[in-house]
Design a binder for this molecule. Sequence first.
Ligand SMILES: Cc1cc2nc3c(=O)[nH]c(=O)nc-3n(C[C@H](O)[C@H](O)[C@H](O)COP(=O)(O)O)c2cc1C
Length: 188
Amino acid sequence: MDFRELMTVRRAVRDYQDREVPMALIREIIKDGCEAPSGGNMQPWSFIVVTNRDAIKRLSDESKKNILMAIEKNPEFSFTKYKPILEMPEFNVFYNAPCVVYITGHKDIRSLASDCALAASYFMLSAADRSLGTCWIDLGSVIRDKEVRAEIGLSDDHVIGATLALGYPTAVPARPPRNEPVILKVVS
Ligand SMILES: Cc1cc2nc3c(=O)[nH]c(=O)nc-3n(C[C@H](O)[C@H](O)[C@H](O)COP(=O)(O)O)c2cc1C
């Protein structure tokens, strides 16, 4: 697959086959994620891989609970539009993917958000190149409970920079339309 085709094939996948992703393959995709550029080449990312279905459900429930609490406190919160779906007990924010990968790093790294997003991009493209589906899941990224954080090895000084569902897609969705690029000005 050439790069142009790969960019089209990579889609946010929200329906996964009931099929595990081998850990060796997950490691290879993570390795590709680490080819991403990072500020000062600090490579501040570390990865948490969750393949235990019960743990994934706990993470989904924990994040849903925290987002719903935040919506309750501030109805202007941008996630408010997701309230009806978040209130559905059977809704799993990870769409029942067999694997969830958190890209995390130390909270004090200045470029952490950009670095993790870049690693996530490389990860998603690498997965697509291997016929795997991914979806960045902000709705699964609000993990506060001490026990849940301990279970996934997320220490107090680490924050989640990117949350990715990973698995074999049931189908690759159509490409959602893109806006024309806005080039504000060409200064030549
Ligand atoms: C920062 C970020 C957060 C996202 N969070 C969610 C999410 O919580 N749930 C979800 O279903 N999709 C989420 N997405 C996926 C986007 O909705 C998706 O990328 C977008 O609709 C474009 O579709 P495409 O990835 O197939 O091009 C997120 C994407 C990004 C980049």
